[in-house]
Design a protein around this ligand. Structure first.
Ligand code: NDP
Length: 504
């Protein structure tokens, strides 16, 4: 039931019911050690609920449940697995408003964004992979005469998934949908800061008939539950999204049983505006690239690079748009920018504002929480524009907030040097009317994804992931199905006469 019926004030919404236990083997259970973790509303610091805390022993229980469910789930007809995912997609769409409010309440995403982006993208991801389940084919390899050699794709087994706090609904769908379509069972750890939508999706999975034990949800701290997933000897693969530093820890912990790994790590996206760009589109697109979700996106266009001949004109328009963005309670449909997702993260972004000042950067706007007393208890930071040098820390390190570093360049060679001048290689974008230049840059940019005259486009069919310190492996599309399966090569002697190797 949608709690909106109780009041006409959208900001007074409360979820009618909340799942706040661990979900293991189809049951809602407390952690073995009995601890709980408060889940905080980033708008005002109030406690939404306390969730059961998963520790290492709970991860072990979840792995056992997943192992038990695996034989039946992996051998179920692919079409039937797909059908369950399609039902889930429909279910998510039916509850679009309620799921969107829950995500807004827990993460700070404006409700407006959850309705046009998070929830629809989550539904289409389950639908895409539901359709994919019985269309991901093996192949026949043309080997020597008399032999049939075929390749089939087998589910990996029990997979561990570690998901951060910035896009919980969407990121869990990007990980769970292909894993399930391919026949794997899952132990997933959402961030303990934002577990609520993942728990609700698990409940919906049970409602549409996904068998018990196929998906197990263990919210807990990274150092305990996360670390156990990374090292667990019976987990065959880990898919991780988060910081590059934690990604390295996961790689080390996975060595014990040589897990298959997929790492979606940080980024420092270059968003390049050339002198021939259509400026109104570039201004709007650049604003979306950094301000959407308060800049808490690995693919955010956090380095805005302007050709020196259009920089002043662009900045005037970009600043005007930025200063007009409506900050406020994420549950209010008029809100365009909500709070950051936690107090700790708000402080981290404010610390980077201090770093920018120390480095001699010019803070053009923002750099502080808003003055509005109604937002004083929340994790808000005003959208911040800083003029900086390419070598500055604020142009090299991931701030992960409403913070854009602006630089200028004089020609294409300099633009490419600056764009490729960080350790990351996730997503980058460029704005130009010259398609020859656009394709040249798309080839030369050190990035897993490039957007031309747009930014931050994602689609369940299009591979998502990075190079360099942004990680490896890909989410979405056929690539994701490959990540969640092993290729098995089978040789059949159909009609081959094999000369004896030891003639006697
Ligand atoms: P982390 O990389 O620390 O966390 C990501 C996930 O990993 C969380 O679920 C976390 O749990 C878990 N985790 C932490 N330690 C371990 C471990 N030893 N073994 C296994 N799992 C672990 O990111 P933060 O949340 O601390 O954010 C810090 C910075 O990381 C951000 O400011 C941003 O720069 C970057 N980041 C990038 C993201 C992206 O989309 N690429 C997403 C999130 C963060 P827990 O929540 O308990 O720490």
């Amino acid at each position: 039931m949608d709690g909106m019926s109780a009041s006409n004030d959208p900001t007074a919404w409360k979820p009618a019911s909340l799942r706040n236990k661990l979900f293991i083997g189809g049951r809602w259970v407390d952690g073995v050690e009995g601890g709980t973790i408060d889940v905080i509303n980033p708008h005002d610091g109030s406690v939404i609920t306390a969730i059961a805390e998963a520790k290492a022993a709970d991860v072990d229980r979840a792995v056992e449940a997943a192992q038990k469910a695996f034989p039946a789930w992996s051998s179920m007809a692919a079409m039937d697995r797909g059908r369950l995912l399609l039902k889930l997609a429909d279910r998510i769409e039916e509850e679009q408003a309620e799921l969107g409010r829950l995500e807004a309440l827990n993460t700070g995403h404006p409700f407006r964004d959850t309705q046009i982006l998070d929830v629809p993208r989550t539904a289409v991801t389950y639908r895409y992979f539901g359709g994919m389940a019985d269309k991901f084919e093996g192949s026949v390899i043309p080997v020597e005469a008399g032999f049939l050699n075929y390749l089939e794709r087998e589910a990996v087994g029990v997979v561990g998934q570690i998901v951060p706090w910035n896009f919980p609904l969407m990121f869990t769908s990007w990980k769970m949908a292909p894993a399930l379509a391919a026949g794997n069972c899952i132990v997933i750890k959402p961030s303990e800061i934002t577990p609520l939508s993942t728990l609700r999706i698990a409940e919906m999975m049970q409602e549409v008939g996904i068998p018990d034990g196929v998906v197990n949800v263990v919210p807990g701290y990274g150092q305990t539950a996360g670390a156990r997933i990374a090292e667990h000897p019976e987990i065959a693969k880990v898919a991780f999204t988060g910081s590059t530093a934690t990604g390295r820890t996961v790689v080390k912990a996975s060595a014990g049983n040589l897990k298959k790994l997929q790492l979606e790590l940080g980024g420092k996206g270059a968003n390049i505006v050339f002198e021939d760009a259509f400026i109104p589109a570039a201004v709007g697109g650049s604003a979306f690239a950094i301000w959407h979700n308060q800049g808490q996106a690995c693919i955010a266009g956090s380095r805005l690079m302007l050709h020196e001949s259009i920089a002043d004109d662009f900045m005037e328009k970009f600043l005007g748009l930025t200063e007009s963005i409506r900050l406020g309670n994420p549950l209010d449909p008029a809100t365009e920018m909500g709070p950051l997702t936690s107090k700790m993260h708000q402080q981290r972004v404010l610390d980077y504002c201090a770093v920018a000042r120390e480095e001699g950067g010019e803070i053009v706007t923002g750099g502080a929480p808003p003055d509005d007393p109604a937002l004083a208890d929340g994790c808000y930071v005003r959208p911040t524009i800083v003029r900086a040098k390419p070598s500055d820390r604020v142009c090299q390190e991931e701030v992960f907030g409403p913070f854009v570093s602006v630089m200028t360049f004089k020609d294409d060679a300099e633009a490419l040097e600056i764009a490729n001048g960080t350790e990351y290689g996730l997503g980058s974008g460029l704005w130009t009317a010259d398609l020859k230049r656009a394709h040249k840059f798309a080839g030369a940019l050190h990035a897993g994804m490039v957007w031309i005259n747009s930014y931050k486009r994602v689609n369940p069919g299009s591979p998502f992931g990075g190079v360099g310190q942004s990680g490896y492996g890909r989410e979405m599309g056929f690539e994701a199905m490959r990540e969640y399966t092993h290729p098995k090569s089978v040789w059949v002697n159909v009609d081959a006469q094999i000369p004896p190797y030891y003639p006697r």
